[in-house]
Design a protein around this ligand. Structure first.
Ligand SMILES: [Zn+2]
Ligand SMILES: [Zn+2]
Length: 151
């Protein structure tokens, strides 16, 4: 087992290994492969996108294993998920404070995490009627990402 894990020698895998080790969790090949792909992704990924990337040039990963690994990664807080407009979940390993906002591209459907320093949330709270107390404000901006907006 560990010999196989050590074969995943690229820097992304070593960062993923480090993060898993930090949790004192059992190091498994699927955990390392899935987390490494998420760390490398520029936007949040769906199950299908993730499966394609994990399997590119490597052995297949079965769906159940992928779901379990994602569940575990969510439990540890290393990964969070965001629902897309189609209610399909997208997974992100961006090390970003929560809650935070998301940008959804209407063209390529990619979802990006965006940091919201809290100023916007404070203003939104100020818009609430007297006596109302907002607890959670989730900001989602939709539009075109840099790649899709450029001519
Ligand atoms: Zn786009
Ligand atoms: Zn996010």
């Amino acid at each position: 087992m560990s010999a196989t894990i050590e074969r995943l020698a690229d820097p992304r895998a070593s960062r993923a290994r480090q993060m898993i080790r930090h949790f004192g969790a059992r190091m498994t090949v699927p955990r390392v492969r899935v987390l490494a792909e998420l760390l490398d992704a520029e936007s949040a990924l769906t199950h299908i996108e993730l499966q394609k990337r994990v399997e590119a040039g490597a052995e297949p990963i079965d769906r159940v294993t992928l779901y379990r690994v994602l569940e575990w990664l969510e439990d540890t807080g290393l990964v969070h998920r965001v629902a897309g407009p189609d209610r399909v979940f997208h997974f992100s390993a961006r090390p970003i404070r929560r809650p935070h906002g998301h940008f959804r591209c209407v063209r390529c459907a990619h979802i990006y995490c965006i940091e919201e320093p809290g100023a916007l949330a404070r203003r939104v709270r100020a818009l609430l009627p007297a006596g109302f107390s907002g607890e959670e404000i989730e900001v989602t901006v939709s539009g075109r990402c840099a790649r899709c907006a450029s001519p």
